[in-house]
Design a protein around this ligand. Structure first.
Ligand code: GDP
Ligand code: IMO
Ligand code: MG
Length: 443
């Protein structure tokens, strides 16, 4: 048995929620380590759809411990709404949920700044979820953030709020020309949230380490994906946290030696919400067909997701950063109708400048690795390998041998290209629509 991190290998929405739900059966503890309610993790159980934003997907199972770690940024209003929504659906949320006292709070001024800043960027906007994620992490790193623990010391909370708001209100009024925020209103609201959340708040670093010492199995539920990681993603078109495996250690206070395996979750094709380079994007009917068949609309904002072919260059980068010990390939069924399937194996880059990352000065060159400069990535064209489609339904298939030959060939191709074993192949939204080749926890 093992502690496994479940990490997105692309630009998010790979199906982490479904995979975490599936593996939760064999785990004791499910812990979120980074991000906030920008995440939208979908789990479908008996035709009922649940979308989790902050609460770990494991909450849908009985008798599991769920932890929201110090690396997560929490909008208390959104968290309370999520808990209440779960309770309405008959899901137990009580002594099974723990929230880190050191998690930073998303404040109303973070939301205002996120939205105003995006508006001001015009065509250069990142396409954030507008939830205040970036500004909350800015305050954390600037050492002016307000943490969950501060909610329980009203004097400290009031003082920090006053100091922060005096700067921010100046910006809101004078730069963005919008109404100031009232400290009294925020104070009153947050004191209400404090009363609601206080039973959940704990020293989650001690808790999770004690549970692991007792031999409990932990699933670390990543949010977003490696290509949205603030360090390793397509910066600046990224989120503001460490969405790759490093985020597990810092965001939960868990030593790297305690992580026994890293499961990379990847779609059988690629999607992206928000702005930023996407070399394999299909802006034609094929892309629209993938979007419709895959239901590719954001689980948090409802925005249509941009769709395209699989990008093995980005995936190789994710394999390297995370050291995936196995892969879960999701949404294979979405490709069922494709006549041909393409996989981007390298990029063609024509350097328009006499000096740049390659020495070929104005000539096209082949890039095997993901360039770190977004202006280079924007000019990359995919070099494709074309494979035959299978044109048969794979929906709900649970045994490898029942997959059409070409679908198996596609899976084998991915495995060989990335040199990582495939643990799971997901063939539908529902919990049991999956082929389990190796259970990463029981292994
Ligand atoms: P997450 O953010 O990584 O948890 O992914 P999302 O929930 O945002 O998006 C994944 C979407 O694909 C959700 O609507 C899932 O229900 C759905 N999904 C997951 N696995 C499969 C699959 O194998 N086939 C199909 N058709 N849908 C899937
Ligand atoms: P899950 O966990 C897909 C994207 C946004 C935007 C960028 C920055 O469901 O995979 P932010 O609000 O974080 O400052 O926005 O990151 N983004 C996601 N895209 N899935 C997510 O989460 C995302 N969370 C943020 O669309 O491009
Ligand atoms: Mg999602």
């Amino acid at each position: 048995m093992a502690n496994i991190a479940v990490i997105g290998a692309q630009w998010g929405d790979e199906g982490k929620g479904k995979i975490v739900d599936l593996l939760t059966e064999d785990a004791d503890v499910i812990a979120r380590c980074q991000g906030g309610h920008n995440a939208g993790h979908t789990v479908v159980i008996n035709n009922k759809k649940f979308i989790l934003h902050l609460v770990p997907s494991g909450i849908l199972h009985k008798n599991k411990t769920c932890i929201i770690g110090n690396g997560v940024v929490i909008d208390p209003k959104a968290l309370i709404a999520e808990i209440e929504g779960l309770k309405k659906e008959g899901i137990h949320v009580g002594k099974n949920l723990f929230i880190s006292e050191n998690a930073h709070l998303i404040m109303p001024y973070h939301v205002a700044l996120d939205q105003e800043c995006e508006k001001a960027k015009g065509s250069k906007k990142i396409g954030t979820t507008g939830r205040g994620i970036g500004p909350a992490y800015i305050d954390k790193v600037a050492r002016s953030g307000i943490r969950m623990r501060d909610l329980f010391n009203s004097g400290v909370f009031k003082e920090k709020l006053k100091v922060n708001l005096s700067d921010i209100n100046y910006l809101l009024e004078n730069k963005y020309r919008i109404k100031k925020l009232s400290p009294e209103k925020i104070y009153a609201d947050y004191m209400k949230y404090a009363r609601y959340l206080s039973p959940f708040v704990a020293d989650t670093v001690v808790l999770i380490n004690k549970l692991m010492a007792k031999g409990k199995e932990v699933l670390f539920e990543g949010a977003q994906g490696t290509l949205l990681d603030v360090d390793h993603g397509t910066y600046p078109y990224v989120t503001s946290s460490s969405a790759s495996v490093g985020g597990v250690c810092t965001g939960l206070g868990v030593a790297p030696t305690k992580i026994d395996g890293v499961l990379g979750v990847m779609k059988a094709y690629t999607t992206r919400v928000g702005a930023g380079p996407f070399p394999t994007e299909l802006t034609d009917n094929l892309g629209a067909a993938l979007r419709e068949r895959g239901g590719e609309y954001g689980a948090t904002t409802g925005r249509p997701r941009r769709c395209g072919w699989l990008d093995a260059v980005g995936l190789r980068h994710a394999v390297r950063i995370n050291g995936f010990t196995g892969l879960a390939v999701t949404k294979l069924d979405v490709l069922d109708e494709a006549e041909k399937i393409k996989v981007c194996i390298a990029y063609k880059y024509k350097n328009p400048y006499p000096t740049c990352i390659c020495s070929r000065k104005g000539k096209a060159c082949r890039l095997q690795e993901m360039p770190h400069s977004v202006s280079v990535l924007e000019r990359c064209e995919p070099i494709y390998k074309e494979l035959d489609g299978w044109r048969k339904s794979t929906v709900g298939i649970t045994r490898l041998k029942d997959l059409p030959g070409q679908a198996r060939a596609y899976i084998d191709y991915i495995k060989n290209l990335l040199n990582v074993k495939i643990d799971l192949i997901s063939t539908g939204q529902k919990r049991d629509e999956v082929i389990v080749l190796r259970n990463p926890i029981r292994r």
